[in-house]
Design a binder for this molecule. Structure first.
Ligand SMILES: [Fe+2]
Length: 209
């Protein structure tokens, strides 16, 4: 339902300069009451390291150009399902860091303006559109309610990473022409059976995604 939202289409088209951008996946995060720790500052994309990195396909062996110097390769839109307040685990987003090669500062080393740079208050139904190279982190949820934050992730027309089919052929048939176009990398053909459903993973927070 979030893949092809008419209000989002002209914005993504303007940001990528084309209607040929692509959906990478649907994802997001989910912050439960009692999650009182800060996630480390990180980016959601970087240069490819080694032969077996699952993501981050770009690398310049000379080191002259990194994903930091390129136009944005990857934009995520997070959807606020509940009202986002200062206490409900708002995303901390550091403006202007999408092109920075500086190492991520630890919480103790950050200037105050970074510590206070949260995306709130915003009502349920709002969206956060972000260049995933920019530094960000999750913050504590000090309310009594879960704070879900689903997203849709988009690639620029020229960018690729290894990705999996995640939309079945039957669901593909329910999309608009534009929806089919932007999901062209992740739709299964009619002979492919996808593993669908959900799973619970008890893993510590990642520092890079
Ligand atoms: Fe992230």
């Amino acid at each position: 339902m979030l893949v092809d939202l008419p209000p989002l289409t002209p914005i993504m088209t303007a940001l990528f300069g084309s209607t040929d951008y692509m959906v990478r996946a649907a994802g997001g995060d989910f912050c439960l009451p009692g999650a009182v720790d800060y996630q480390p500052l990180h980016s959601d994309v970087g240069d490819r390291r080694g032969e077996r990195t699952p993501f981050s396909s770009y690398v310049d062996p000379s080191g002259a150009i990194t994903t930091r110097e390129l136009p944005t390769p990857y934009i995520t839109t997070n959807f606020f399902v509940v009202d986002m307040t200062a206490l409900s685990g708002p995303t901390r987003q550091i403006p202007g860091t999408q092109n920075s090669r500086a190492p991520f500062p630890g919480l103790e080393d950050e200037p105050e303006w970074m510590r206070l740079s949260t995306v709130c208050a915003a009502p349920a139904g709002a969206a956060l559109i972000r260049d995933v190279r920019a530094w960000h982190r999750g913050t504590p949820n000090l309310t009594d309610e879960p704070r879900p934050l689903p997203n849709i992730e988009f690639y620029a027309p020229w960018f690729r990473e290894p990705i999996l089919s995640s939309i079945s052929y039957d669901h593909l048939l329910g999309l608009t022409d534009h929806g089919r176009h932007i999901t062209r990398l992740i739709t299964a053909d009619s002979t492919e059976v996808l593993r669908e459903g959900w799973q619970v993973r008890a893993t510590p927070p990642s520092t890079d995604g």
